[in-house]
Design a protein around this ligand. Structure first.
Ligand code: BES
Ligand code: MN
Ligand code: ZN
Length: 494
């Protein structure tokens, strides 16, 4: 898709649709009057009124009239101008993509009128526009195909910035969005296909292509390194586990970030079997791994001035003759022992291994992403991820980045007193809490394995897999976290 930003008259450009983004109370504004003149009289104004378009966020209408070059005309709501942020532009971009799809437009003009728009707002619009077109269509033999491809997206603004300054912006959006699409594809892929072996193989191939160092540990090495959690969880499955490390190295970097992602390709619960209904979406239990992989591929292309290491433990969690059993005790590589009382609390077991390895490399920060607890979904719903941190400065930075990327995070407390809930009678720790605050006790468990390294844990159980579509994400895998991770790394000072 070719993206252009130009000045002049929006309706003078050959296009299939001209979309006018409008805030509330703007239907009769200067821009509309100017556009209306070109279309003829107050036709446009009347059409907007007839559609009951009020500029509210989420509103989008195709108008029953054509521009002077036979373009379809559409309006998209921006909501209250005073509260319009980048996420508002992103959503408007998503609505615009749906609108373009509805009229099968390949060439789209966005008429920004006299509104002052800066490149970061256009970038947000483009993100929403591109991500809204995502479909996981490979298993669909009919219907619901991807909307017609848009070949040209042209913004018409009052004062167009230099074309050269925008090129690098589009390139960086492109790399990031490829990461999001990869994460969505991997989450949506059935577990029968995306086995640990498959995921590791793909990580190797894509990582190499993006210029990353890739190391994949197979069962022998996993046992030798005493990744006890991964070994224990994988025992119930016929599929071998994998442990994947990806490394991005910058020139003269003075800072290093470690990313960790939970990669359970299917979570049946193990012997502590889940009910059928709860299992329906459990192919999504590798969404943390997918987000980390997507972000790493983008980072390899974008080349920030900081080193980034990724640690991705991958396994199925199934019941089987060799499966770990409630009551079993695991001894981890730091000699901590854990009593496994519920095999469905498997994420924290494989993450413990990965967090210890991450901490061993002495990074400035560890960020882990995991579809860790149903309890976090109960607390924060399906659109917000829980953030836990042992370092408030790191937490604040991620919270700020997430506001910019529109991937909502909400900080949850690591209540030290609740550590009592994960004390075991026979081992140092047990892998479940006392029944309350399940997302907190899970995070407290992870904290036991990061030492004093600044660390943030994102429980993405809610937003990783959407039960219904949003403005720029259809239902299914959302790719949640990729954009926040990339932006966090890109805005770090080397
Ligand atoms: N993968 C699940 C958490 C999950 C639930 C993710 C719903 C996405 C949607 C995790 O492994 C799990 O089963 N957690 C248990 C923990 C419990 C046994 C302490 C849970 O949340 O019930
Ligand atoms: Mn589980
Ligand atoms: Zn799980």
């Amino acid at each position: 898709m070719k993206i252009r930003v130009r000045g002049g008259e929006a309706t003078a450009i050959a296009a299939d649709v001209v979309i006018v983004p409008m805030a509330t109370g703007e239907e009769d504004g200067r821009d509309v009057r100017a556009l209306a003149r070109r279309i003829g009289g107050s036709v446009l104004k009347r059409a907007i009124a007839a559609a009951r378009f009020r500029g509210r966020e989420g509103q989008a209408n195709v108008l029953p009239l054509q521009g002077p070059r036979r373009q379809a005309m559409g309006v998209v709501g921006l909501g209250d101008e005073a509260r319009l942020d980048h996420e508002g532009w992103r959503r408007a971009g998503g609505q615009s993509r749906h609108l373009a799809g509805a009229v099968s437009a390949a060439r789209v003009v966005v008429a920004c009128g006299t509104r002052a728009v800066d490149p970061t707002q256009l970038a947000a619009f483009v993100e929403g526009f591109e991500l809204a077109a995502y479909r996981f269509g490979k298993y669909k033999s009919d219907g619901e195909a991807a909307p017609l491809a848009v070949t040209d997206l042209t913004f018409v603004v009052a004062e167009p910035p230099a074309e050269t300054s925008l090129e690098s912006l589009w390139r960086s959006i492109d790399a990031t969005l490829d990461g999001v699409r990869l994460a969505r594809d991997l989450v949506n892929e059935p577990a029968a296909v995306k086995t640990p072996t498959y995921l590791a193989g793909l990580a190797k191939k894509l990582g190499k292509e993006a210029g990353l160092e890739v190391e994949v540990w197979e069962p022998k090495r996993i046992a030798k390194e005493n990744l006890a959690g991964l070994v224990a969880v994988a025992r119930g499955s016929n599929e071998e586990p994998r442990f994947v490390q990806l490394r991005y190295r910058a020139k003269d970097a003075t800072r290093r970030v470690a990313l960790v992602g939970k990669g359970i390709t299917f979570d049946s619960g193990g012997l502590s079997l889940k009910p059928a209904k709860s299992m329906e979406t459990m192919k999504c239990d590798m969404a943390g791994a997918a987000a980390v992989l997507g972000a790493m591929i983008a980072i390899g292309r974008l080349k920030p001035p900081v080193d980034v290491d990724a640690f991705i433990p991958i396994s199925e969690n199934l019941p089987g003759g060799k499966a770990q059993k409630p009551g079993d005790v695991i001894r981890f590589r730091n000699d901590k022992t854990v009593e496994v009382l519920n095999t469905d609390a498997e994420g924290r077991l494989i993450l413990a291994d990965a967090l210890m390895l991450a901490a061993d490399t002495k990074p400035d920060a560890i960020i882990d992403l995991a579809t860790l607890t149903g309890a976090c979904m109960v607390a924060l719903g399906t659109q917000v991820a829980g953030l836990f941190a042992n370092d408030q400065a790191l937490a604040d930075r991620l919270l700020a980045v997430a506001v910019e990327t529109g991937e909502p995070l909400w900080q949850m407390p690591l209540v030290a007193e609740y550590k009592d809930d994960i004390k075991s009678a026979v081992a140092d720790l047990k892998n479940i809490g006392g029944g309350h605050a399940g997302s907190i006790t899970a995070a407290l468990f992870l904290q036991e394995f990061v030492g004093t390294t600044p660390w943030v844990h994102l429980d993405i159980a809610g937003p990783a897999f959407l039960e219904k579509g949003l403005a720029y994400a259809p239902k299914g895998g959302s790719g949640f976290g990729v954009r926040t991770l990339v932006r966090y790394v890109m805005t770090l000072q080397g």
